[in-house]
Design a protein around this ligand. Structure first.
Ligand code: IMP
Ligand code: MG
Length: 170
């Protein structure tokens, strides 16, 4: 595999995103919803850099992929958030936005739950693969149509522990 984005670049970019979020919310409380498993590392590094506003963290497990490298488009909730998000400023934290199916589903889901605002924060944005138009408010890096692993992202559940992002070899 080939390194695409090294650890340093990731951490520097997260600092910028954290500042942007703090600026946008001006001290208003934020509910971060981390989409497991892929976003666990991104969420954990990001929230350590946020200190100007109160936050709460919750987790959701959704599945769309199975074990292949293409999205199936069908989203299933395997674990729901525990918090009542009615009236909350929700930031959905994703590892990567690909077709947009997952975010499209989650936007509707949190709208129905009565969130006050919903923003999308993703480590990676695979813009060229979008099938459904979704808002991406904070994106770490734009990537092309290639399968990436590391920094939370897996191939058949492996490689999530890499502190950098790499591209799988053919
Ligand atoms: P979407 O619903 O098609 O936008 O897919 C989003 C989900 O697909 C992400 O949360 C990832 O779990 C997974 N995914 C998409 N592209 C990749 C990739 O290149 N590597 C690893 N997982 C990916
Ligand atoms: Mg995911």
């Amino acid at each position: 595999m080939k390194t695409l984005i090294d650890e340093n670049r990731i951490q520097n970019r997260l600092k910028e995103i954290a500042e942007e979020i703090e600026k946008d919310f001006k001290g208003e409380k934020i509910t971060f919803v981390c989409i497991l498993k892929g976003a666990f590392m991104f969420l954990s590094d990001l929230v350590k850099k946020i200190n100007k506003t109160d936050i709460v963290i919750d987790f959701m497990v959704v599945s769309s992929y199975g074990n292949e490298t293409r999205s199936s488009g069908k989203i299933r909730i395997l674990k729901d958030v525990e918090k009542d998000v009615t009236g909350d400023n929700v930031i959905i934290v994703e590892d990567i936005v690909d077709t947009g199916n997952t975010i499209d589903f989650l936007m509707k889901y949190f709208t129905n739950k009565g969130a006050k605002s919903i923003k999308v924060c993703t480590c990676l944005d695979k813009q060229v693969c979008r099938k459904v138009e979704v808002p991406v408010d904070y994106a770490g890096f734009v990537v092309g149509d290639e399968f990436v692993i590391g920094y939370g992202l897996d191939y058949c559940q492996e490689y999530r522990n890499l502190p950098y992002i790499a591209v799988m070899n053919e």
